[in-house]
Design a protein around this ligand. Structure first.
Ligand SMILES: [Mg+2]
Length: 218
């Protein structure tokens, strides 16, 4: 009897030992710990390294691409051209639209230097540039002002959501805009963004995906 109980316990321990790590790895991270790890990622050097790597790889790629009058690279704005990390850290990584709007109104969001260096390189080579943002139409002027203040002064246009685009997903809105730009005659050679919705969905052969551990937009 004792032998069979021990066998069952042993078997049970074996099962728990085998399954528990899998269960633990599937369990979400403790929120405080996750936030601390995100701060460490952004402030401990790894974010900079990942940006450097993505941008230097992109420049090597663009070195092989000839620029024409219609060769277009599309840049996203938030956390691609402009860096919102300090805002998100300040509000403990939530998203409050009213606070974000106040942040935009200040029009003082810093550029991501690595993106700026890629942008400068592309402008210097003669690529056309368009900024395509999921921001609202009433944020257009503030967005242009902030981009210019950070040195993004050469572009064909800045596109934000019109009222009819308000309820579209980021992915659908951006794909639709890429389609319109292609119909207009642009040859989109790349998208640069921090979200997969910035870069997936077609209309270009190449993309530059920048890191963003703060939020996901689909
Ligand atoms: Mg973005």
């Amino acid at each position: 009897m004792i032998k069979s109980v021990r066998f069952c316990m042993k078997l049970l321990c074996l099962i728990v030992a085998t399954i528990q790590p899998a269960l633990l790895s599937a369990r979400p991270e403790n929120l405080s710990k996750a936030k601390a790890e995100i701060i460490s990622y952004y402030e401990g050097g790894q974010y900079e390294k990942d940006l450097d790597k993505a941008i230097s790889k992109a420049i090597k790629h663009f070195n092989k691409i000839p620029a024409t009058s219609k060769t277009l690279v599309i840049f996203d704005v938030d956390d691609t051209a402009l860096q919102n990390y300090q805002l998100y850290k300040k509000i403990s990584f939530g998203h409050v639209p009213e606070i974000f709007y106040t942040w935009i109104v200040e029009s003082d969001t810093p550029a991501i230097p690595q993106t700026k260096s890629l942008y400068d390189y592309l402008v210097g080579r003669g690529f056309r540039i368009i900024f395509l943002s999921g921001r609202r139409h009433d944020e257009y002027d503030l967005t242009v002002e902030n981009l210019k203040k950070q040195g993004f002064t050469t572009f064909d246009r800045v596109i934000v959501r019109s009222e009819k685009d308000a309820r579209k997903t980021a992915h659908d809105f951006k794909v639709e805009q890429r389609k319109l730009l292609t119909q207009e005659g642009y040859n989109i050679v790349a998208m640069v963004g921090d979200q997969w919705s910035d870069v997936c969905g077609g209309y270009a052969d190449y993309y530059v995906k920048l890191p963003n551990l703060m939020y996901t937009l689909e």
